[in-house]
Design a protein around this ligand. Structure first.
Ligand code: MN
Length: 453
């Protein structure tokens, strides 16, 4: 271990140079103009892995239909380092594509040039999400190889180039390779999220799910003029606002009856994980840009983000939203809202409760309009066990390097690939973030940098 840590310290500049080369490739998956760069990035990784003696394969994912235009999907890079049957095999997932970045978006420096700022941070698109973490693993392999040290586990890599654009083709590949390339995998490790704060590493063991709903209210055949029809017809927008206002109260309490019935109680062990978290309420203020937080305590705030359900209203399709005054009565409007779900809520049951409640509340209005409420997509929550050997090993490793026990955290959003690996491989999945909590805001506009909606 000593030898390894010494090597890492000594080769810091080399690691930074490797990251500089990676950041310089603008592998933006969401913009067709950059598609060749995404391919170039995959070739960069293949070369790096091969140079370290890994056996590398790529999987062609075929074509993508991008608004009528046919584009080649970047390959999945699969690599294996070591195949000793007496060792455990860890599958590392990462992505080599990035979100778009323009200097006009508010960057202080050119986004695809790695810069070392005055606070000793490395700034550049992808430095933390997710090129840095991917290269982190490659650096580990390099250090072992150079020192002639044996890795304690076999490593397999699964690196994709479409994460920021819906991971097209990934799920099918994971299920397809579950009994082939991933056959001997004992556990999975994903480094694609962030520490909670800026000083202490964490292990993430839970994510909320999301169920998205449309509530459509239909009335007259076409839009009407309020001067002629106002006061004479049931207006769809009035009905919609009325029902939407009954979904959640201003303090975040969901008003759908039965919605909290399946929410798991906080156990004493879980309660303890909130004791020493690296998070201050001021960090929430910084993130939201003011002090409109509902709860004053860190504990309550994080529990509401990580382990309690929430309902958010997102928008109304068909409503007049341009500047100025317009006296239209919209003929048909669709309200959009979603629920973040937590253990042990079942998406199917939640949808039944939501649909029934909306229809009941609508019926109470006595309106002659028509309502339709439906779930447009849902994804389950994910919860792992911090007692699993995969987590125990990660906690030990973090403590060895950082001299501090990692926080145990969850996240309020979702990272769909986590569930895909768990379901397809039926193995423990660990989220081991490498980036600090402020990496998102210092490299780009807040919220623009993750794949989750
Ligand atoms: Mn990412």
């Amino acid at each position: 271990m000593e030898q390894f840590l010494e090597y890492v310290e000594k080769h810091e500049r080399d690691f930074i140079e490797r990251l500089r080369k990676a950041v310089a490739i603008p592998s933006v998956s969401g913009d067709p103009a950059y598609r060749p760069e995404v391919f170039r990035m995959s070739e960069f990784l293949v070369a790096e892995l091969k140079a370290l003696g890994a056996s590398v394969e790529t999987r062609d994912l075929g074509k993508q239909n991008w608004h009528g235009q046919e584009l080649d999907l970047p390959p999945i890079v699969l690599a294996t380092v070591g195949n000793d049957p007496s060792k455990k095999t860890i599958l590392v997932y990462g992505h080599y594509d990035v979100q778009p970045a323009l200097i006009e978006d508010g960057w202080n420096t050119s986004p695809f040039e790695l810069v070392e700022d005055d606070q000793d941070r490395l700034v550049g698109r992808g430095s933390s999400d997710d090129k840095g973490p991917v290269l982190g693993w490659i650096n580990v392999v390099e250090a072992h190889k150079s020192l002639g040290l044996e890795l304690p586990v076999n490593l397999k890599f699964c690196l994709e180039g479409m994460e920021e654009s819906g991971s097209e083709g990934l799920d099918a590949l994971i299920y397809d390779e579950a009994s082939k390339y991933f056959k001997d995998v004992d556990a999975v490790c994903i480094s694609d999220n962030y520490w909670l704060g800026t000083t202490k590493p964490c292990l993430t063991y839970g994510l909320r799910g999301v169920s998205y709903y449309h509530m459509k209210i239909k009335g007259p055949r076409a839009d009407l003029h309020s001067g002629v029809f106002g006061g004479t017809v049931h207006e769809p927008m009035t009905d919609l606002i009325s029902v939407m206002s009954k979904l959640v109260d201003p303090n975040g309490k969901i008003l759908v009856p039965g919605i909290y019935d399946e929410v798991r109680e906080v156990s004493p062990e879980e309660e303890k994980t909130y004791d020493n978290l690296d998070f201050k309420i001021e960090e929430l203020h910084d993130a939201i840009g003011n002090k409109t937080n509902i709860h004053d305590s860190v504990r309550k705030t994080l529990q509401c983000r990580w382990r309690n359900p929430s309902l958010s209203l997102h928008g109304i399709e068909g409503a007049f939203y341009n500047p100025g005054d317009k006296t239209v009565i919209p003929a048909c409007v669709t309200g959009k809202f979603s629920i973040r779900t937590v253990p042990d809520m079942e998406p199917k049951k939640i949808s039944e409760l939501v649909v029934k409640y909306c229809k009941d509340e609508f019926a109470k209005l006595g309106s002659k309009n028509e309502i339709d409420v439906y779930c447009t997509h849902d994804g389950n929550y994910w919860l792992s066990s911090p007692e699993h050997p995969n987590y125990v090993a990660a906690a030990k490793a973090v403590e060895t390097v950082y001299k501090v026990k990692p926080d145990l955290t969850r996240e309020g959003g979702s990272i769909p690939v986590t569930l895909s690996f768990q379901d397809a491989l039926n193995k423990n999945v660990l989220l081991l973030p490498m980036g600090r909590g402020d990496d998102v805001s210092c490299t780009a506009l807040v919220f623009s940098s993750h794949s989750d909606e």
